[in-house]
Design a protein around this ligand. Structure first.
Ligand SMILES: [Ca+2]
Length: 483
């Protein structure tokens, strides 16, 4: 669909309303007239046989690359999450553009490298005026403009102050916490059905993961005719480790207490995913819903036991273990089932892929970095969606070009822990980044460094500094050019 066709979407009569959404006969006649008057082009934009696809995005928190059954874990059953891979496509090289929570969310919501607009680090409630810059348009706003009902349930982490809250960023409804939180007696909790203020949860039996599933099922029932966009960013598996007896009982055989609680949290999350998937089936929307599951960054391992096997590194690093994550998509009847896709993809692709599935075009002046994956996933294009991917996280950075990766990253396993690199790896042969090829291949190092420098020159200074609360301001460009 070209830009002209998008304008028709945005017109009052055509915006997001496909014929299958139950319009009365009189309006149907008017729409038919509209289509004829528009040279039948509108029918191309909005085929009579297809409602706009619904979209569900499950975003896990701090879940390591190796912690799902479909990712090779044999210790913690995750049948419902695994079913997304079985019914769809699992990405073995699924990346996120940030190595920790908020930057990845900023990239997901905008389809743009978050460093393009200064969202390099976590904003925090102690630093007023920080959050996803108001200059940026979210995925929720893009879909809302097409007629979608939109809801965010879970951990927002894209700004604390009112202008940055979900209902001011394209979401009709928000139920969850504005930032990191305990699972029991959560902090900074909002339910916009009740109030636009933060409320206190006093129920001692309240457990975020269960409550998020409850609300998601309820919201889907209320919007069962679609089109809907449900964004469900769990706070599981982020610290603190907290689980309820129901889930702990499933893992009594695990003797390590930390690991037992972690497994219970995983199991609760898998149940929650299963309840949402069952609800999609029950309301007859499973075949018309694109379901994504991914994680916002790699596991931290030490704090929560979340493992990234066989990848090197952890959350908050630009090693593969920080940025390569569990990532899958299902769209029954529209995408292959049980496929494993081996080329690199990134969470920036989710927005343009969903827009393309909805028949919307993407104007060049949106400057998206993600690409529409549909022709790649359907086998219509065999090349890589991305020849080059980039990361910048303060003094750490990385570039992947083809199968080569040049990286500067913090190595906490070194004695003493320190920044290492630039190191060069061939990921096709060395997924665990063990064999540094930099000394043997200086030409490749120079090639990738030049590519990264060119990209880096397009990025903005960080708008606030690193650290959970965003207290410390970095010294602008100095932070991003250090090796
Ligand atoms: Ca995270």
């Amino acid at each position: 669909m070209n830009r002209t066709a998008l304008s028709r979407w945005e017109s009052p009569i055509c915006r997001g309303q496909c014929p299958s959404q139950g319009w009365p006969a009189l309006l149907w006649a008017l729409v038919g007239g509209c289509a004829l008057w528009g040279g039948l082009a509108w029918l191309d934009a909005c085929p009579a046989s297809a409602a706009l696809p619904n979209i569900v995005v499950f975003l896990a928190d701090d879940e390591g690359y190796g912690e799902l059954g479909c990712q090779g874990n044999r210790e913690i059953p995750t049948p419902h999450i695994d079913s997304i891979a079985q019914n769809g496509i699992r990405f073995t090289q699924g990346y996120v553009s940030g190595p920790y929570c908020s930057p990845t969310r900023a990239g997901l919501m905008t389809g743009r490298y978050q460093t393009r607009f200064g969202h390099e680090f976590n904003p925090g409630p102690m630093r007023p005026g920080t959050g996803l810059p108001l200059s940026e348009t979210t995925m929720a706003s893009r879909l809302k403009a097409l007629g979608y009902a939109t809801c965010c349930i879970g951990k927002w982490h894209l700004g604390f102050d009112p202008p940055y809250r979900p209902t001011n960023r394209g979401f009709d409804e928000f139920y969850g916490t504005l930032a990191n939180t305990p699972f029991i007696k959560p902090l900074r909790f909002m339910d916009t059905r009740v109030s636009n203020d933060i409320i206190e949860i006093t129920d001692p039996n309240f457990y975020t993961t269960d409550a998020y599933a409850d609300r998601a099922v309820d919201w889907l029932e209320r919007h069962k005719n679609g089109p809907f966009f449900l964004y469900l960013p769990f706070n599981a598996q982020h610290a603190p480790l907290e689980a309820t007896p129901k889930y702990l009982a499933r893992f009594a055989h695990i003797t390590d207490e930390k690991r037992r609680i972690f497994a219970a949290m995983m199991s609760a999350k898998d149940d929650a995913v299963g309840r949402v998937l069952a609800k999609l089936r029950q309301i007859g929307q499973e075949g018309n819903t694109i379901v994504w599951y991914l994680t916002d960054n790699g596991g931290p391992t030490q704090q929560t036991t979340s493992k990234n096997d066989p990848l090197r590194g952890y959350k908050s690093t630009t090693w593969e273990g920080g940025i390569r994550v569990p990532f899958m998509v299902q769209w029954k009847g529209h995408l292959p089932a049980g496929k494993v896709y081996e080329h690199p993809v990134i969470q920036l692709d989710i927005l343009p892929t969903c827009l393309a599935a909805a028949g919307a075009s993407i104007p060049a002046d949106w400057h998206l970095d993600g690409v529409n994956l549909l022709p790649y996933l359907r086998g219509e294009i065999s090349d890589r969606p991305h020849q080059t991917l980039y990361w910048r996280f303060g003094e750490q950075w990385a570039i992947r070009h083809g199968d080569y990766k040049l990286v500067v990253a913090r190595d906490r396993d070194a004695q003493p822990p320190r920044l290492v690199g630039p190191a060069l790896f061939n990921l096709a042969e060395d997924i665990s980044e063990k064999n540094d090829l930099a000394a043997a291949n200086p030409a490749k190092v120079a090639e990738l460094k030049a590519l990264w420098d060119r990209w880096n020159a397009e990025q903005k200074d960080p708008l606030w500094g690193p650290g959970e609360e965003g207290k410390a301001k970095t010294k602008g460009k100095k932070a991003k050019t250090k090796n």
